[in-house]
Design a binder for this molecule. Structure first.
Ligand code: F6P
Length: 343
């Protein structure tokens, strides 16, 4: 057998993972490598669970949502003996290299495996949250936000019929990119971002004005915002120490505040995981494919400990450690830009 690359996808899935897998497998072949899939993220390497990945099996997955490899939020560094199992299985499976597709958590594990155990690993950035600092965009974001814009426009239709204010809660974790892009692109009337406190007075004044003009007003609300006047409670954490945001219900809480302040009937809707499903947009198909191809190039060049990044129109390798050290949240420049529309 020739040289072998293991490919895994970890963390929350997002549209664009299958194009990335396809790109990596097809390019790996050009470099004389075969590929094997490690199923369900790092769990696949911990348990040695694999599935075949051939150019034939990935030929048509470019348009498919989700990930054909499955995923999980397994963190080998949090489980007794799991890192040793990863190292052991890397040898047993006769892997020459690993391509890990993930967000800050999955790639954080990749960075540590490279730094602390010299594992030949290359990272591919994915996340609908678009919160990885070393790359301009991550695939998954474009599709997720396009779906959210559609949802906002649908809410506007029903809201207008009923003369209501509508609140749309979107995912995005501690970065407000999804909410901000959705709000601007759907011509919403307000956006609530985790990067800044909600100004209830300004928001309600603007909503009343918009509602008087259009018979409807819409607010896009990011899932991790702090609710004004509410002390932070104890939150449930995942294996990576992140807050499980699913139980917070911030959209509903913001809707209650708005209704009380404006005296206008208000409803909320949570789009949740619908944002992560479905066929990737053109942008995500192309970006996913490009970063997958580049990951295979980096492997063939022996450039381990790197992550593929999009900078302008170029895809290039950057240090995995650097790429996972800081979260990319909405910048002051973007907050200023948002004020043009939400004031
Ligand atoms: O990180 C991607 C993401 O979709 C976040 O926006 C969201 O908070 C989280 O994953 C949801 O995770 P899960 O699928 O585990 O509920």
């Amino acid at each position: 057998m020739g040289k072998l690359i293991g490919i895994l996808t970890g963390g929350g899935d997002c549209p664009g993972l299958n194009p990335a897998i396809r790109g990596a497998v097809m390019r790996a072949k050009d470099h004389g490598y075969e590929c094997v899939g490690l199923v369900e993220g790092w769990r696949g390497l911990v348990e040695g669970k694999t599935m075949p990945l051939t150019t034939a099996s990935v030929a048509e997955i470019v348009s498919k949502g989700g990930t054909v490899l499955g995923t999980s939020r397994t963190n080998p560094f949090k489980k007794e003996g799991a890192v040793e199992k990863c190292l052991d299985n890397f040898k047993k499976l006769k892997l020459d290299a690993l391509i890990a597709c993930g967000g800050e958590d999955t790639l954080g594990v990749a960075a540590r495996l490279y730094k602390e155990h010299k594992v030949n690993v290359v990272g591919v950035p994915k996340t609908m949250d678009n919160d990885l600092s070393a790359t301009d965009y991550t695939f998954g974001f474009d599709t997720a936000t396009t779906i959210a814009v559609d949802a906002a426009e649908r809410l506007k239709d029903t809201g207008r019929s009923h003369r209501r204010i509508m609140v749309l809660e979107v995912m995005g974790r501690h970065a407000g990119w999804v909410a901000l892009y959705t709000a601007i692109a759907s011509a919403a009337d307000w956006v609530c971002l985790p990067e800044e406190p909600v100004d209830v007075k300004a928001m309600c004044a603007n909503l009343k004005r918009a509602h008087a003009e259009k018979n409807v007003a819409i607010v896009v609300c990011s899932e991790a915002i702090d609710i004004p006047g509410k002390a932070a409670g104890k939150e449930e954490l995942d294996e990576f120490g992140h807050m499980l945001l699913k139980k917070r219900g911030v959209g509903e809480q913001i809707a209650e505040i708005i209704e009380k302040e404006t005296k206008i009937e208000t409803r909320s809707a949570v789009i949740g995981h619908i944002q992560r499903g479905g066929s990737p947009t053109l942008f995500d198909r192309i970006l996913g494919t490009r970063v997958g191809v580049k990951a295979a190039d980096l492997v063939s060049e022996g450039k381990f400990g790197q992550m593929v990044a999009l900078r302008g129109d170029a895809v290039l390798g950057v240090s995995l450690e650097e790429a996972t050290s800081k979260l990319k949240t909405v910048t002051p420049e973007w907050l200023k830009f948002a004020k043009i529309f939400f004031k």
